[in-house]
Write a protein that binds this ligand. Structure first.
Ligand SMILES: [Zn+2]
Ligand SMILES: [Zn+2]
Length: 383
């Protein structure tokens, strides 16, 4: 049984500062129901970077990272359902016993914010510290995977086939699961449906791949041609949104709107639309592009009020917020790896690997749109 482990992790100490890759200390082995995972790779998600804007709600110093994947090296107790050597993808945390967890909707767990975002899991503060013994925030999303190792509840760890490239699988636990889950679970899109995806980032492109795999006609909207090229490669009809489509405030000049262009491409209107942009003007365009009974899903957090134009929800149209793709990770992740093996969910094409030590470069590239999905790969130090 492990007593004290020292390993490298990317620690964020201030909301404005850079990550520092430094030694951290984990005291004690896995508690009952936990597993220790050697991280093979961890995706960087927008939610990691949003900690900088959390206005103090997400505690620091912290080890972020919540798209980890790796190999189980130690298990706690007989009931984890996992064995040493298992390959696992780590996903979001949930309590397992509230109404929504019991109803197979763990993304809407009563304790979601506390367990995943705000350090609410009650842990012994001395358990996870920096090299000098200074306290670190409780684990982020039940994992804190910008690190060589993560101690996680077995409930968050989904076993995957050992023949898969485990270092690349982490984003299946959040970003790719969010986009694909919205299409498969929230929409239930199938052949002949029409799906519009606003914003062709990691979540949007996963939605495009899923919609294409489901046999739906898919339209991808973005302002960046390189992202639209990717969307087109994954089966979408690319539609460029100009700055005018993002403009807010009075715009008295009539112009062919985005909604009309989408309607022309979708035989009169889309059945489903997924917004990843949180832009109120784009959301209104998407609603106007829906056919009657159409469903618009929002995945990004709105930062402002969302005024809706009159009539946008008429005739059975609806709008909902979708968290983590309405997924039960242990069901959706194997489905996504199966689609990948069949050549129908080529998520690996969105990934660029960075050494863990290059975490700040990965963040800069992410912010600048130079990479869709960075995956941080720890280099094994010989300790
Ligand atoms: Zn719960
Ligand atoms: Zn995420």
């Amino acid at each position: 049984m492990t007593v004290t482990m020292r390993f490298d992790a990317a620690v964020l100490r201030s909301y404005e500062g850079e990550f520092a890759v430094e030694e951290v200390v984990l005291n004690g082995g896995p508690a009952d129901g936990e597993v220790l995972v050697r991280i093979a790779g961890c995706g960087m998600c927008r939610t990691d970077l949003a900690v900088r804007r959390s206005a103090g709600r997400s505690p620091l110093p912290a080890v972020l990272g919540h798209e980890g994947a790796g190999v189980v090296v130690e298990t706690g107790g007989p009931h984890t359902g996992l064995s040493v050597g298992d390959h696992v993808v780590l996903s979001f945390d949930s309590c397992g016993h509230c109404r929504n967890c019991l109803g197979a909707a763990p993304a809407y767990c009563d304790s979601f914010a506390a367990l995943n975002l705000f350090g609410g899991r009650k842990e012994d503060a001395a358990r996870f510290t920096d090299a000098a013994g200074g306290e670190l925030a409780p684990r982020w999303f039940g994992q804190s995977s910008f690190a060589e190792y993560a101690m996680v509840p077995a409930r968050n760890a989904v076993r995957v086939d050992r023949s898969l490239p485990v270092d690349l699988l982490g984003p299946l636990g959040c970003g790719f699961l969010t986009g694909a889950g919205a299409v498969f679970n929230s929409f239930g899109a199938g052949p002949g449906d029409t799906v519009v995806v606003l914003g062709a980032g990691a979540v949007g492109l996963a939605a495009v791949m899923a919609a294409t795999a489901a046999g739906a006609v898919t339209v991808a909207v973005d302002r960046y041609p390189e992202r639209l090229d990717l969307a087109e490669r994954f089966g979408a009809i690319p539609l460029r949104a100009g700055p005018a489509d993002h403009a807010s405030g009075p715009d008295p000049v009539p112009r062919p709107g985005l909604a009309e262009r989408i309607q022309r491409l979708t035989d009169g209107g889309a059945q489903y639309a997924l917004d990843t942009t949180a832009s109120a003007p784009l959301i209104n365009e998407a609603l106007r592009a829906l056919r009657p009974t159409g469903h618009l899903g929002l995945v990004a957090r709105l930062r402002t009020a969302l005024p809706l134009d009159p009539g946008t929800l008429d005739r059975g149209r609806r709008i909902s917020h979708i968290c983590e793709g309405d997924a039960v990770p242990a069901l959706l992740i194997p489905r996504l790896t199966g689609l990948w093996q069949a050549g129908k969910f080529p998520f690996d094409q969105l990934i660029r690997r960075y050494p863990l030590a290059a975490v700040n470069e990965a963040e800069r590239d992410c912010d600048a749109g130079r990479v869709v999905k960075p995956v941080l790969v720890p280099e094994r130090s010989a300790r």
